[in-house]
Ligand binder design. Structure first.
Ligand code: SF4
Length: 285
């Protein structure tokens, strides 16, 4: 049995949300650098240069990579053989995560982007509530992954319930249409998370997981889906939207597809769009 102290979780989360917002990770920078090599448009190349300068300034001066520091979304993989030590007045793991995020956003001067009610729009003032997805695992796993999800990219996401007859082609057209409809709104070059299968809500969750479960630009271990990812990336990059909508060959940095079994009568598909300011970070204890 592994024991995890909740005060330690709170402190790790506080650091995690700041580090993710201040430091663009190496896999993102590596894909940007490789895309620069295929880009020819001077405007697009200038945007890439600004993105790299922006990343340097954010890292050195501990400033948010973007003014929209996002909803704080967490994926928690919790082992059944983990005991949670409720020390320091923290009553639950949820409380530890929420408190860590609240402190991290406050101390890091990260923008508070949550409203209490979707229609009445009063800011909660501390970027809570956070959004937590729980996954119970066997053993002593304890892993938390954070993604800062900005509004511009999230707004361009989509879900559709297909009949199975739509086939692979129907899904691929839907992904490309979604990227095209987004245009410059999600701050391209984008990262496209695709969830295929499950049911209505699970496909959306798969699409979000597709953004954060493997290094950017890696391919699905199933060759069928790996090929789909390559084809979709090529089609999206032919749209010509380009970095920040300035035109060019790079509209997307990567397409990641995740799949799951589904009902015989259904074929759900969801597309979760992420911007180039891809702030994803994990820790394990
Ligand atoms: S879409 Fe991304 S880069 Fe654009 S404003 Fe939102 S968080 Fe920032």
């Amino acid at each position: 049995m592994k024991t995890i102290h909740l005060s330690e979780v709170r402190d790790r989360i506080k650091d995690l949300v700041q580090k993710a917002n201040f430091e663009l990770q190496d896999d993102v920078l590596a894909v940007i650098t490789s895309m620069e090599k295929v880009e020819e448009s001077p405007a697009a190349l200038a945007v890439f240069e600004q993105m790299k300068q922006n990343a340097d300034v954010a890292r050195e001066e501990r400033l948010g990579l973007c003014q929209d520091t996002g909803l704080a979304v967490f994926f928690v993989e919790l082992g059944e053989d983990v005991e949670l030590d409720k020390n320091d007045g923290i009553q639950s793991l949820k409380h530890a995560i929420e408190e860590g995020a609240r402190l991290g956003y406050q101390e890091g001067y990260l923008r508070k982007s949550v409203v209490e009610d979707p229609i009445r729009r009063k800011n909660t003032g501390d970027n809570t509530p956070v959004f937590i997805h729980w996954e119970l695992e066997p053993g002593e796993t304890f892993k938390i992954t954070f993604i800062a999800k900005g509004g511009g990219a999230e707004n361009m996401s989509a879900i559709r319930m297909f009949a199975p007859a739509a086939g692979q082609e129907g899904i691929e057209d839907f992904v490309v249409e979604t990227a095209e409809r987004g245009g410059s709104n999600p701050c391209p070059p984008i990262i496209v998370g695709v969830g295929v299968g499950g049911n209505f809500e699970y496909s959306a969750l798969l699409a979000k997981k597709a953004l954060l479960r493997r290094p950017l630009g890696s391919h699905n271990s199933d060759p069928f889906y790996a090929e789909m990812e390559k084809r979709l990336l090529e089609r999206i990059n032919k749209l010509g939207i380009g970095p920040q909508g300035m035109g060019g060959r790079c509209t997307a940095l990567a397409v990641h597809v995740e799949s799951f079994p589904c009902h015989i009568a259904s074929m759900p598909a969801a597309v979760n769009i992420q911007c180039h300011s891809h702030r994803v970070l994990s820790f394990e204890m």
